[in-house]
Design a protein around this ligand. Structure first.
Ligand SMILES: Cc1cc2nc3c(=O)[nH]c(=O)nc-3n(C[C@H](O)[C@H](O)[C@H](O)COP(=O)(O)OP(=O)(O)OC[C@H]3O[C@@H](n4cnc5c(N)ncnc54)[C@H](O)[C@@H]3O)c2cc1C
Length: 556
């Protein structure tokens, strides 16, 4: 009784399943695993192939950022319609984003998960989600030099492996970073394990990895490893159809979702000849924050003007579809390491995916109180969340810092501009459009230089202002212009199918059901109404785990 994974259209065309899931990424595989474990027949349709055999996927050290393997590389546009210089990374094979991502794993805070509920989503809070976070994780304690961990903030019996990379990279530089960072960001709480959000704001982080003693390699633990491939995860009633994409959801006259139309991703079948598969109990969209909204729009659910210009008949007027899109705008500054240390691998190495020290910087640490009277209203003591993530790194002849505002106010959008599912969605990120986001960006960029110019790095750094070559007296305008030129999305897209009350622009209700429909759910990063102060996976595995129980009716 094995799960079927195939590229064969015939497995699904004209067939009936209890549930159909669009997308075999983090959300889709988590939900499909649970629904099929409860006796339901489930079809997952995934646009990309199975790439689990590819070392670029399973070898956690081998993948470089910017790799095109298993990556949609969507184009993105400015508000004036011009093509942006960077492409949007997004997982495009079984496992979705978890097959290509940076693997950083740490938890969000209680305060921000509780805010999801406050926004009008009963039952979605820390207390209800934390058990799912615990259930998803199998933490493998591994003590690398200079690292420590806190077992109370991890799960131990789940299916997604997390661990520290071993050995911890650049220990000499990490030691100096731990001395320098609090000098520039006073109050930063240096610790061992970033998942302990109550007491720690700067530490090493776990990654979704495990150390394979047979090959001596660090391997990725993706949603596919956790919820699809494992011998203990096989399901007689689960079918995954790869290399096919969902065109649209089919409805009956009561707007009950009855199935989907789908076709091979390679374009070998014209859209007019799309196949159909039928769902007896429901359809779940898990195509990710950038692709579920376009499926809704192709299905006639969305904003009137968008549907009209794509020539699609509107079934439900839902202006929030594709709106509220949000990602964190990142960039990096570089300091030149002095010649004497350029070959010292405790200071700098060939680079890699495992940033050894991540800091979460609060507004108090970024600006002295006196300098920010204009923004005091937006923060309160009891829920003071960090506003910047700061990754301390090294590579080649440089020490460098990558950073981004964590909870930006800027909002972009993603929409279709044709009814053809093979056309890319039009993504307009609008990063740093909000002046407060821009102010944070400029301030942290300056602060990053101060880290490299600080006393602990005196002997190590030859030029703290190496790249960009904007000196200590550079103007805010110069910093902002440089930031805008070099920035990229941090790949934490949320919000395009937000779970919020409909009158606020929500797309799904607190049962993750698309407003105005029956049995059509969305379970992916797009339902998060706002950005979190943690990388996505810990929260998303919990959201998807709870979503499966919501769909199964566990909460009445
Ligand atoms: C480069 C990169 C680095 C990241 N780094 C981190 C990190 O270090 N830590 C962290 O926690 N998070 C990270 N993330 C984010 C995290 O991976 C995502 O938030 C998460 O995977 C989102 O899960 P999802 O279910 O919403 O969508 P995904 O996991 O992206 O799954 C969506 C799936 O749907 C498929 N699909 C799309 N359109 C269709 C269609 N029409 N029909 C059928 N299938 C379709 C896609 O091919 C994909 O497989 C990163 C993401 C990227 C891209």
């Amino acid at each position: 009784s094995c799960t079927i994974v195939t590229n064969d259209t015939a497995i699904a065309a004209g067939k009936v399943f209890d549930y159909i899931v669009a997308g075999a990424g983090l959300g889709g595989l988590t939900v499909a695993n649970k629904l099929s474990s409860q006796g339901n027949s489930v079809l997952v349709i995934e646009a990309g192939p199975d790439a689990s055999w590819n070392p670029e996927v399973f070898d956690a050290e081998g993948r470089l950022f910017g790799s095109k393997t298993c990556n949609w590389q969507y184009p993105a546009y400015g508000t004036n319609g011009t093509l942006l210089p960077w492409k949007v990374d997004s997982g495009a094979c079984i496992g979705g984003g978890t097959s290509i991502n940076g693997m950083v794993w740490y938890r969000p805070t209680k305060a921000e998960l509780d805010k999801i509920e406050t926004l009008g989503n009963p039952g979605w809070n820390w207390k209800s989600l934390e058990p799912y976070m615990v259930a998803a994780e199998r933490n493998i304690p591994q003590m690398a030099q200079g690292s420590g961990f806190d077992s109370s903030v991890h799960g131990h019996d789940g299916f997604i492996n997390t661990s520290f990379p071993k050995p911890l990279r650049i220990p000499g530089a990490v030691k100096l970073y731990k001395e320098a960072l609090p000098l520039v960001f006073p109050g930063l709480a240096i610790g061992d394990d970033l998942s302990n959000r109550e007491f720690v704001s700067s530490a090493s982080t776990m990654y979704t990895i495990w150390y394979d003693t047979v090959t001596g390699k660090i391997r990725r633990s993706s949603a596919a490893d956790g919820y699809l491939w494992g011998p203990d995860q096989q399901r007689a009633k689960l079918t995954v159809l790869a290399t096919h994409l969902v065109n649209k959801v089919l409805f009956d006259q009561d707007l009950t979702a009855t199935g989907v139309s789908f076709l091979p991703t390679n374009g070998s079948v014209p859209v007019s000849k799309a196949f159909k598969a039928h769902a007896a109990k429901g359809v779940i969209l898990s195509a990710g924050a950038l692709a579920s909204a376009p499926i809704l729009e192709r299905s006639g659910v969305g904003k009137t003007s968008t549907l009209r210009s794509a020539g699609i008949e509107q079934l439900i007027d839902l202006p929030g579809v594709g709106a509220n899109l949000n990602d964190q705008p990142g960039t990096a500054t570089y300091a030149l390491v002095s010649t004497a240390y350029q070959n010292d691998t405790s200071i700098t190495d060939d680079g890699g995916l495992f940033a050894p020290e991540i800091s979460l910087i609060s507004i108090d640490e970024l600006w002295p109180l006196t300098a920010r009277s204009h923004i005091k209203d937006i923060t309160s003591k009891e829920s003071l969340l960090p506003i910047v993530e700061f990754l301390a790194e090294a590579g080649g002849s440089t020490l460098y810092a990558a950073f981004w505002p964590l909870v930006p106010f800027s909002r972009g959008h993603v929409h279709i501009n044709s009814s053809n599912p093979l056309d890319h969605p039009v993504i307009v990120p609008r990063l740093l459009e909000d002046p407060f986001d821009a102010a944070i960006a400029v301030t942290v960029a300056r602060a990053s230089r101060a880290v490299f110019a600080s006393a602990p790095f005196k002997d190590i750094v030859a030029d703290a202002y190496y790249n960009p070559p904007i000196g200590p007296n550079g103007t805010d305008a110069a910093y902002l212009a440089w930031y805008r030129q070099t920035m990229f999305g941090a790949s934490h897209w949320v919000g395009a199918t937000a779970m919020m009350p409909r009158h606020l622009g929500g797309v799904v209700d607190y049962r993750l059901r698309v407003y105005g429909t029956n049995n059509l759910h969305v379970v992916d990063a797009g339902i998060l109404p706002f950005q979190l102060t943690a990388h996505m996976m810990s929260t998303l595995y919990a959201v998807a785990g709870r979503a499966a129980d919501v769909i199964l009716g566990a909460f009445g």
